[in-house]
Design a protein around this ligand. Structure first.
Ligand SMILES: *Cc1c(COP(=O)(O)O)cnc(C)c1O
Length: 383
């Protein structure tokens, strides 16, 4: 397990909790995925501030591990990314160009995904005006009904050759809706549709799979795979053990300890009422830190190898755990308990809250002290 050395610049009393991000684990997950998809090139998806973990720290680590292709959702994210990766890194903007975006795309070397006829027309107009636009990617809708060109759009493109002629198409992509369910029939259908649809477009490398798709096997790797979640340790599916290395650890301070008796209640709404005496601890992490109020009933923290069930509702800045199983005197105020760590993964936390690891990770708050461990070549001070 990662050993986080406390940063002397951050007295621990200033924040309620500490989020430790293991940069070596991210690099190792990248290498693992690249090996798994060895017939393809492995890109890295770093949208949403690298899934909440800090794009400035995470992207250079991925580049050092061999990534040359990066995906973000917005132009702003691309601009931010450009300042922390090398000039040769290719940055693709998934949401594509909106009116006025082409100047920034050229200036910062961003490759937009053209998802609709409108975006193609927009990009072409800019192309003919400046004559210097970089290449674009094209997305087709192979069945998810979210982004991409439809069959009808492809017919329009075939009828009006002028729309795509001269476009520099560097990638044709689509996205799987059910990749986390390996035997879902939609996977095969979407793949066939991407192959059929791409045959009607200028020839370019093909990309279909994000994290979970990589685990569907080589048939789904095509030319470029685009993992995000798996880089950050999220399980690609719930069908077997998670082969990826855990990346985050969340530890929160104990603020107060008390005994409660039957007849007393705990937290908002007094929804937990003990049937026997309990020793409980108030811990400094709450829903404002991204620790969901849902599913507290199944949730728990850990102290060493002792499970501490969450009691009652999660408050904005705190939650309450049952520490009756911890030998008296072993856990005191100002010590820390683990909310995410070796005994409780991001996916476990998500499951208890009725959501997915992606949402847990991207919601984790920004008032934690963050500590980056590993990757000793760069300074280990975070934001
Ligand atoms: C977010 C996203 C990815 C990465 O997905 P993960 O499931 O996190 O690996 C890849 N492609 C597209 C189009 C995306 O929107």
């Amino acid at each position: 397990m990662m050993s986080a050395c406390p940063d002397p610049l951050w007295p621990s009393y200033r924040a309620g909790a500490r989020l430790t991000v293991d940069l070596d684990a991210i690099a190792s997950n990248y290498r693992y995925l690249q090996t798994l998809a060895s017939g393809a090139s492995c890109a890295a998806v770093v949208k949403a501030d690298a899934y909440g973990l800090g794009i400035e720290r995470v992207a250079p680590v991925l580049e050092n591990a061999g990534a040359t292709d990066f995906f973000v959702a917005h132009v702003d994210e691309g601009i931010r990314l450009r300042s922390v990766v090398s000039e040769k890194a290719r940055i693709t903007v998934l949401h594509g160009p909106r009116p006025g975006a082409s100047g920034d795309c050229v200036r910062y070397g961003l490759r937009p995904v053209l998802n609709s006829l409108e975006q193609i027309a927009l990009w072409r107009d800019e192309d003919s005006r400046t004559g210097a636009l970089p290449e674009a990617a094209l997305q087709v809708d192979s069945g998810m009904s979210r982004f991409g060109l439809s069959d009808a759009d492809l017919e329009t493109l075939q009828a009006e050759k002028g729309l795509v002629d001269g476009l520099k198409v560097g990638l044709v992509m689509s996205h799987l809706a059910c990749a986390d369910t390996p035997d879902h029939p939609a996977n095969q259908v979407q793949k066939s549709r991407l192959l059929q649809m791409s045959a009607r477009l200028p020839s370019a490398p093909l990309s279909l799979s994000a994290s979970s798709g990589i685990f569907l096997g080589p048939d789904y790797h095509l030319d470029v795979v685009r993992p995000g979640a798996a880089l950050y340790g999220i399980a690609p599916n719930r069908t077997g053990p998670n082969p990826l290395s855990p990346v985050v650890r969340l530890q929160a301070h104990v603020l107060q300890i008390r005994e409660i008796l039957p007849g007393e209640g705990v937290g908002y709404g007094l929804t937990y009422q003990p049937d026997r005496p309990r020793r409980i601890a108030t811990v400094a992490v709450g829903y404002a830190d991204g620790f969901s109020r849902h599913g507290a009933g199944q949730g728990c923290a850990w102290f060493e190898d002792i499970r501490l069930p969450i009691l009652g509702r999660v408050s904005m800045d705190s939650l309450i755990v049952d520490i009756s199983d911890v030998p008296e005197g072993k856990l005191g105020p100002d010590m820390m308990v683990d909310l995410i760590g070796s005994r409780r993964s991001v996916d476990d936390v998500a499951e208890a809250a009725g959501t997915i690891g992606y949402e847990v990770l991207t919601s984790l708050g920004h008032r934690f002290h963050r500590e980056y461990v590993g990757n000793q070549e760069t300074p280990s001070k975070g934001d």
